[in-house]
Write a protein that binds this ligand. Structure first.
Ligand code: FE2
Ligand code: FE2
Length: 229
């Protein structure tokens, strides 16, 4: 009952496994072109390294209203992008390739750009763009590996899931901070007007009772900013 062609196949598999020990995890039935697979994974690795660096830079440089929560988000994303880079490098090594960590040419291998951004909103927007690029590239890679290398595909699916969460986080922050920035500009405008009033006696003389008028204005806008939108 235990004899038959299936046993013969097992023996052939065992023989091949011993013959090609130098190929590590790559067996005869590995389904995709190995060179292309390693090239694609190295491009993804470069992308993850660039994304890690960009998020780290943004975490340090983020300033302005509620920047602490944004810094925390940037820092968390940097940590997760670095983890993705580790997974990709490990997989490249398992496939017998060499993970390319060389800083030289890093940006040209990466699909995402390294954009610093001048304001908090710029930074958030640039990260959203980079995440959307990463999502598109990972979707294509997942389709390419398909069932022919399910280990790599499953790893890429885990990364894609994280990138979709990152994009969603950046989208939410962008919506929140675009509004915050408008509020900040308005508040700055009012503070500036008050300072100008205090420093310039000529302006004081224009309206009758400028102090009470200005105080009333501040109280009104402070209680109901939504009414202005
Ligand atoms: Fe990532
Ligand atoms: Fe990401």
């Amino acid at each position: 009952m235990s004899q038959g062609p299936f046993v013969k196949d097992i023996e052939a598999i065992r023989r091949r496994a011993r013959e090609h020990l130098d190929k590590g995890a790559v067996t005869k039935n590995y389904g995709v072109d190995l060179e292309t697979a390693i090239k694609l994974l190295n491009e993804a690795l470069a992308t993850e390294i660039v994304c890690t660096l960009r998020y780290k830079y943004h975490a340090v440089m983020a300033t302005g209203i509620a920047s602490e929560s944004v810094k925390a988000e940037f820092t968390q994303h940097a940590t997760e992008e670095a983890l993705h880079a580790d997974w990709l490098a490990e997989r490249i090594n398992q496939l017998g390739g060499k993970p390319n960590m060389n800083p030289e040419g890093l940006l040209s291998r990466s699909t995402a750009e390294y954009v610093e951004g001048d304001t908090l909103v710029d930074m958030i927007r640039e990260n959203l763009v980079a995440e959307r690029i990463a999502i598109e590239v990972y979707r294509d890679m997942i389709a390419w590996f398909g069932d022919k290398d399910s280990t790599t595909r499953i790893m890429l699916e885990r990364i894609l899931e994280a990138e979709e969460e990152h994009a969603n986080d950046m989208h939410d922050l962008l919506e929140a901070h675009d509004v915050d920035q408008m509020e900040e500009l308005r508040a700055e405008g009012e503070r500036g007007a008050q300072a100008l009033e205090r420093s310039s006696p000529a302006i004081r003389q224009v309206p009758a009772g400028p102090v009470s008028g200005r105080a009333g204005g501040v109280a009104t806008s402070g209680n109901g900013p939504q009414s202005r939108h």
